[in-house]
Design a binder for this molecule. Sequence first.
Ligand SMILES: *Cc1c(COP(=O)(O)O)cnc(C)c1O
Length: 386
Amino acid sequence: MAFAKNPDGRWAWVEVDLGAIRRNTRALKAKLGPGVQMMCSVKADAYGHGAVACANAMLQAGANQLAVATVAEGVQLRQAGIAAPILMLNECPETALDLLVQYDIMPSVYTFDFALAYGERAAAAGKVGRYHLAIDTGMTRIGVLPVDVVEFRRNLDFHRGLECAGTFTHFATADEIEDWDFQLQANRFVEAVTAIHEEGLDTGLVHCDNTPGTILHPRAQFDMCRLGIGLYGLHPADTTRPRVTLEPAMSVRGKVTRVVRPPVGAGVGYGLTYRVAKQGVQIATVPMGYADGLARQLSNTMEVLVNGSRARQVGRICMDQFMLAVEPDGPRRYRPAKPVEVGDVVTVLGRDGNEEITADEMASLRGTINYEVTCNFGMRLEKVYV
Ligand SMILES: *Cc1c(COP(=O)(O)O)cnc(C)c1O
């Protein structure tokens, strides 16, 4: 199998397939009702995939708006020349308000003092500060409570420096089908939006669906959907799997830097938690570790791919390196086509021939979700776009 060339400075890297990002964007866009806008979440450096490259790919494939979590994430997109509307999905310290105004990044708003300070900074710059109102319909994370929404808006609407460009909520259980809590949140949201309209105020774009919501609850799409994990080719839950075909965009690879055949009884890594039990086992070293997002708790439990076969990772995963064992007479799936050599490509995440290590496999070994797996690989590894 052909792999991307390693970056100049390192034998380990993240491969990001921008074609897959574009195809996933189109596949999810096809799930939107007529006229529904698509907001793409590129927070956390696009879930570890690289925000600028992914945002550009998504915009090419039909995205209308972008979402980020921090001021710095928004500024990075603007400095890369991206002109699409950007929503920050929460509030930030007031010390960053001038950056929001300067770079035209819309904050989510749910605290009166924050909103007022934002309006003041926008007015001082001779601009109108556009924002999206967050409503807490039941997740108990951020947002104005539904009972307070109308008064909140009344108190803000006099301000010449502010304009409501959107109104949204976020679901806690969008990945479940026919869930009572989901329905309760949806009902509260519709009531709050209706109350704002009845007050004669403009809600801007109304939105609430994330990836699972978009796929499973099309009736809640309203004016816009906020897509995230699906754009990167991963499913938020098993419930969405049968509804849309997605391609994982991230692969993580490293090259073998050393191979030995230690004698029986030799230990591997800190604490010597693995010992060679048979003659002829090869122990190979790969320069990638937990500081690259390869969680240390995977030590002695995860598998990798090399030359199209599975191999066990052995010994404790170090900060910058890990070891693997190749057993010439192991079970069939683990039997290498040839002995491992220095320079062979090891796949930690992604495909090699007929075998694949998925973010879901890794997540279940770690007791987490695929979102955290790809975010973590964004920590230090250089990205190679293919
Ligand atoms: C991250 C996020 C999304 C996207 O969620 P996915 O599950 O990745 O689709 C949407 N809305 C809000 C408020 C978010 O924080």
